[in-house]
Ligand binder design. Sequence first.
Ligand code: ATP
Ligand code: MG
Length: 400
Amino acid sequence: MRYLIGRLHEIALKGRNQWRFVAQLERNLRSLTADLELGKIRARGPRLEIELPDEVSEELVRERARLTFGFANFSIARLVEPKVSGIASAVVENLDRARATSFAVRATRADKKLPFRSIDVEREVGAAVARSFGWKVDLENPELTIFVEVFADGAYISFEKIRGAGGLPVGVSGHGMVLLSGGIDSPVAAYRMMRRGMRLTYVHFHSYPLVSGASKEKACELVETLVRYQASAELILVPFGELQRQIVAHIERPLRVVLYRRFMLRIAANLAEVRGAKVLVTGESLGQVASQTLDNMIVIEKASPLPVLRPLIGMDKDEIVKQARAIGTFDISILPDEDCCTLFVPRNPDTHAKAWEVEAAEAKLDLERLVGETVARVESRQFRFPKRLTRGSDKDEDRL
Ligand code: ATP
Ligand code: MG
């Protein structure tokens, strides 16, 4: 029988809360592999062991394990009897000569009552492999490392140790609402919050039909990529054009960007509260653009009844781009679109807006009515990963 062995990341350190983290990790792994129908899961110390049915593809299992926050690393392993000679012959049976020319064996023994030591396993397995394939032992820089973990009731052998996504299982750190533009930053902000265990809902503001629907499509594509970490997610599409028209009609140019942003936060908070999300998340990074000076951020945030988290605040563009590439959102983010903010954005926005000025400007607008009317016109889309063909989900998927 093959197993996926996932070794826990920080979760192992969480003391009395550990069971809650592990239970969430199990649920997440089940959801992310729903189409693969994996077997029993059990926790053994700081690892989870998941039975893999014979027909399941190892590549797919690895792909899903990589998306599961909470694993420091993982391997696909075979379970054999915890006897030295049996371990050695199982290792040889599961390898072929072409795989490497040099190797090392790393054995650990969890149960100190076993009648042999780790070094005995390493020696015997090493001798059997060298004899069968003629490979050279190289402890410094082996082409292949053979891992053996021995327990009282069985030994796991594997030929890999793959780095996991790390972090905490999605769901252990509450629920947040991400303001997702079509840009590079906000998807990275979403990734970083999920990696800290936050479950996310997404909101995107667009000016369709005043501009093309490209930014909506990008937002959908981005959520389709990001939903792979949390199995299901809602994206709320907010028509923002009418509100922007009102701002353009009544507010002088330099203040408009700050007002757009304040409306975004009010509307996002309204949508968040209905869904039980407790914070807003943005992709802002200090000083990156005019609306992201400290003064402007402070004035913008005052409009939000919910706290605003900015996981990228201290990152520079290079770091953000690197992460966007690594998680696969960069190529989507750089597709051309017409963001609702490129429309109507003045050439010289105010970089140090004052609260009293902004409030005086907003007094010319009927805030409650504008927020209420906009919220009433939002569209909601549901995303799932993996795509399951269950009744009820088909309709949502057809619309994407
Ligand atoms: P990004 O790369 O995420 O678009 P940016 O560098 O373009 O960020 P801004 O345009 O100032 O910066 O936007 C700052 C943040 O405000 C974004 O990261 C995002 O969280 C939010 N935001 C901006 N525009 C929108 C939008 N159209 N819909 C939803 N959120 C938005
Ligand atoms: Mg942007």
